[in-house]
Write a protein that binds this ligand. Structure first.
Ligand code: NAP
Length: 246
């Protein structure tokens, strides 16, 4: 059967915000292309939402090229693949952690965006959503590798917003606070106890909470551009301050 639904590409769709966004966009009528390194997980979600799963490592130029070649048409791109590694003061910074964060969040977003931009423009109503973070709003202690990467990713996205004026492409930056996903497990190398600490004593956002907002932004009329959406749990003020029940 010929595909009649518009296509939305979600990077980092194998877990957390990306997986939830794949579900939300399928619910909004999109054919969703899911990309991540853990293809088995993407395939499982794709089967549930009648989508397409493709292998994608955003840190690998060849992988991105092969991914883009398999997506001839796309109207929406969700730049979601990313994350943090470590939580160390600058004095103890681990260069490999920093490289991972810049390669994944910054260079990964650059590669995928460049590769899909022609088809997004050609769609006549393209939309690029980039999931940065409240870490793109300012520094926090021990977070310079992640805040630095998220600021750079945000600059890429915000610069593109101006560079694409006159083209039929909208750009929305999503800046979440605490969302309970695998983010913290990745940051702390699978240490479940350390990973649970940021969420203790408060009700964090879920991937679905963020996905809902992304689906809202993407389904506005094409003259309506939601530039930046900051979304935090009620109990969180910023990256350094939250109210926690004992
Ligand atoms: P998550 O559950 O760890 O999901 C991260 C996703 O990124 C996974 O699907 C992972 O897939 C993918 N990914 C990582 N490296 C990749 C690579 N090299 N190539 C392709 N995909 C890659 O965490 P999440 O919270 O949903 O994170 C999604 C985005 O939200 C990230 O950009 C993160 O920085 C941002 N964010 C999260 C929070 C939070 O509190 N959770 C707050 C603000 C912003 P594979 O491992 O299968 O490749």
């Amino acid at each position: 059967m010929t595909e009649t639904r518009p296509t939305a590409v979600v990077t980092g769709a194998s877990s957390g915000i990306g997986a939830a966004t794949a579900h939300a966009l399928a619910g909004a009528g999109f054919h969703v292309v899911l990309g991540a390194r853990r293809l088995d997980r993407c395939e499982k979600i794709a089967a549930e939402i009648d989508g397409t799963a493709l292998p994608l490592d955003v840190t690998d130029a060849e992988s991105v090229a092969a991914f883009a070649a398999a997506v001839p048409e796309a109207r929406v791109l969700i730049n979601n693949a990313g994350g943090a590694k470590g939580l160390a003061p600058v004095a103890d910074a681990d260069e490999d952690d920093w490289r991972w964060m810049f390669e994944t969040n910054v260079m990964g977003t650059l590669r995928v965006t460049k590769a899909l931009l022609p088809t997004l423009i050609a769609s006549g109503d393209g939309h690029i959503v980039t999931v940065t973070s409240i870490a793109a709003l300012g520094p926090y202690d021990n977070g310079a590798g992640y805040t630095g990467a998220k600021h750079a990713q945000a600059m890429l996205h915000r610069t593109l917003r101006a560079e694409l004026l006159g083209q039929p492409v909208r750009l929305t930056e999503i800046l979440p606070g605490l969302v309970e996903t695998e983010f913290s497990l990745v940051r702390f190398d699978g240490d479940a106890d350390k990973a649970a600490a940021p969420y203790r004593g408060l009700t964090p956002l879920t991937g679905d909470d963020v996905a809902d907002v992304i689906a809202f932004a993407v389904t506005r009329p094409s003259n309506v551009n939601l530039d930046q959406i900051v979304i935090k749990p009620r109990a969180q003020y910023d990256a350094m301050r939250a109210h926690r029940e004992a």
